[in-house]
Write a protein that binds this ligand. Structure first.
Ligand SMILES: [Zn+2]
Length: 475
């Protein structure tokens, strides 16, 4: 048994303890911030990837895979980008015993790997749009404290890169990405905000950045991913041009969409509770765990019914697992609750005799299922579990925000703050120092809980150009 710290008392301590106790990752590798994916964590990650792939391919994007290493001269072509990533890259400077003529960078993101090649792929308006994505590992030399899934040096990364005919088409691609993310987040049961980052916090080289943030307790937020509009900021230096229908030559406009293993961190942080991880069904390594309770003098009946349930659920396409070990049933219940399995089916003597199983979901909803209608009753119970989980997450999302009308309100915040902001950078920095965090940005769409006019700027009191914004402490 593991004693988990209280989530509400210290979110980070709780998070670190849960991730470790649930065996999602092993931190005992010899490089800080490079962790091992355990079989259980890897299975969850694979489910995450599957949903990302499903939703991005539904928008016409195709998978590619580019090499890990980027030549230094290509890496340095876009000035803002190189400035933004300079301090974060790992270098390869030797091949065997020989110093390389051109040092190589381990990709921290793949703009500079892909765009010289895009310049050869895109020739005519008929080659557009070019929408491709890859799921690969990227490397960033983090100097801050690393945390599993949330801040690591080797990152499991999803990146879409696109080329569009013009600025408007690129704006449409940003919208399509945000829509794809909305569908992904539904599967993860994660409520979030799509926020346009302030100028000083956008992606290096971007025209603008829309970040996807979720509150994770107190004033803390977690960035789940981001979508960027590049205009022609990269296509210029990399020479990605096309010939229009009337024969003139134009630069493409580009977008990117980035997500990462951080989504797994968010699922743990948002849904987890005093008992441990709570996986939405779509992400759970095992959707259903079957626990036979042989008892004494009951013969093999519970075991054989449990085995039948396993066979049938697997045949129905469920990720089902039979926990047939020697541990006491109570210890198994405890462990599967810690590891976040959505549904447990217990089979004792009474259940075996009546051809039923006792179903207990991870949120404590309980009742018998009949073997006669096993597949459909399990499906119903999982659907009900997912609905309850989504409602619970939405309720805490709604409670996560509180308005701040003055800078004094922001000091010592225990909520993510909704504020009015005039849009000026100086006021933004005053907000950031008052909350000891970040001005997260302005909402792409006004969420329903923000009603009326934003009112005067929280920092300078001006109503001119005033807009809604959010401020918090990113993890
Ligand atoms: Zn102001």
């Amino acid at each position: 048994m593991v004693d988990l710290p209280q989530k509400s008392a210290d979110l980070i301590e709780w998070y670190l303890a849960v991730v470790e106790a649930a065996n999602l990752t092993d931190k005992r590798y010899g490089i800080k911030g490079m962790n091992i994916w355990t079989p259980y964590g890897f299975a969850a990650r694979r489910n995450l990837d599957r949903i990302m792939v499903r939703e991005i391919e539904a928008t016409g994007s195709r998978a590619v895979e580019f090499p890990l290493l980027i030549p230094a001269n290509e890496f340095a072509k876009e000035k803002e980008h190189i400035k933004g990533f300079d301090a974060q890259v790992f270098w390869v400077t030797k091949g065997g015993l020989t110093d390389l003529d051109i040092p190589l960078v381990l990709r921290p993101t793949s703009e500079t790997a892909m765009y010289p090649v895009f310049a050869t792929w895109v020739r005519s308006h008929r080659d557009l749009p070019l929408n491709v994505y890859q799921i690969v590992n990227v490397f960033r030399y983090e100097t801050k404290t690393t945390r599993p899934f949330i801040r690591v040096r080797e990152i499991h990364f999803f990146e879409e890169h696109t080329c569009q005919a013009d600025e408007a088409a690129a704006t449409d691609r940003v919208r399509s990405n945000l829509e794809a993310f909305r569908r992904m987040a539904e599967a993860f049961a994660l409520p979030y905000l799509a926020l346009r980052r302030p100028e000083w916090d956008k992606f290096p080289g971007a025209y603008y950045t829309v970040a996807l943030d979720t509150p994770v307790g107190g004033a803390h937020t977690l960035q789940l991913g981001s979508v960027h509009h590049y205009r022609d900021n990269f296509s210029g230096p990399y020479g990605i041009r096309y010939e229009t229908a009337d024969g003139s030559s134009r630069l493409v406009h580009q977008t990117t969409f980035g997500l990462s293993e951080r989504l797994l961190g968010a699922i743990v942080a948002v849904h987890g509770d005093a008992k441990g991880v709570v996986f939405p069904t779509a992400i759970a390594p095992y959707e259903v765990v079957i626990v036979p309770i042989p008892g004494t003098g009951t013969g093999e009946a519970p075991r054989s019914v449990a085995a039948e349930i396993l066979t049938r659920l697997r045949a129905a396409g469920r990720r089902a697992h039979l926990d047939d070990g020697d541990e006491r049933p109570g210890a198994k219940y405890y462990r599967w609750e810690l590891q976040g399995a959505p549904l447990r089916l217990e089979v004792g003597r009474r259940e075996a005799e009546s051809r039923t199983a006792m179903a207990v979901d991870r949120l404590g909803q309980k009742g018998p299922v009949s073997l006669a209608a096993l597949e459909s009753e399990v499906a119903e119970r999982l659907a009900r579990f997912d609905r309850t989980l989504a409602e619970r997450a939405l309720a805490s999302f709604r409670d996560a925000f509180a308005p701040a009308r003055t800078l004094a309100d922001l000091r010592g915040s225990t909520s993510v703050r909704t504020i009015a902001w005039c849009g000026r950078e100086a006021c933004g920095h005053e907000v950031e120092s008052a909350i000891d965090g970040a001005l997260l940005g302005t909402p792409e769409e006004i969420p329903p809980f923000l009603t009326g006019e934003p009112g005067p700027c929280v920092a300078c009191g001006s109503t001119e150009g005033s807009r809604w914004a959010f401020a918090g402490q990113p993890l």
